[in-house]
Design a protein around this ligand. Structure first.
Ligand code: SME
Length: 163
């Protein structure tokens, strides 16, 4: 398997996500081990977009538990309804936070995080199996383009892992 997720910055964001998906779909196709697939997803997104922190929190009983990630150490567990991740889980929807200091209850794993996007891994039965969490060290880094394509990534992961 040979992949190269590094990208040229001449492309706009949507083009970069399209190019990412072209390689990401075959990367995870037919793979069923959750930790392996999520770990490679973090590596691929990190390589393609250079995100400050990217990782997964997975639902276990009444908590989200830290899963595969790339970046500095992070909190081990998050309760439902807490922080951005716990809120995305409780509400079953993606959340874009342009300024983490303005999100009541935001959990600061790193004081350098400035903006954040959280996408639930939502099954066709509307069950949340985990969340994809991406942090930036700059304000207002994520928008509807990120949301649209990262929801696509989450959908592909759910189809591969939780069908
Ligand atoms: N900021 C998140 C916690 C996880 S870290 O960003 C890695 C939140 O408020 O849920």
């Amino acid at each position: 398997m040979e992949t190269n997720f590094r990208q040229t910055h001449a492309m706009d964001k949507a083009e970069r996500y399209e190019a990412f998906l072209e390689q990401f779909i075959p990367l995870i196709e037919g793979e069923t081990h959750t930790i392996s697939v999520l770990a490679n997803t973090c590596a691929a997104l990190k390589e393609a977009f250079g995100f400050f922190w990217i990782g997964f929190y997975l639902v276990e009983d009444d908590k989200l538990i830290l899963g595969p990630f790339q970046g500095s150490v992070a909190c081990y567990s998050i309760r439902k309804g807490r922080g951005v991740c716990g809120t995305a889980w409780a509400e079953g929807r993606s959340i874009v936070v342009p300024d983490v200091d303005r999100f009541p209850g935001h959990i600061a794993c790193s004081s350098l995080s400035r903006s954040e996007i959280v996408i639930p891994l939502l099954t066709t039965q509307d069950e949340v199996r985990g969340v994809l969490d991406i942090d930036s060290d700059q304000l207002d880094m994520f928008d509807d383009i990120d949301r649209k394509y990262l929801e696509k990534v989450a959908h592909l992961l759910v189809e591969t892992l939780y069908k």
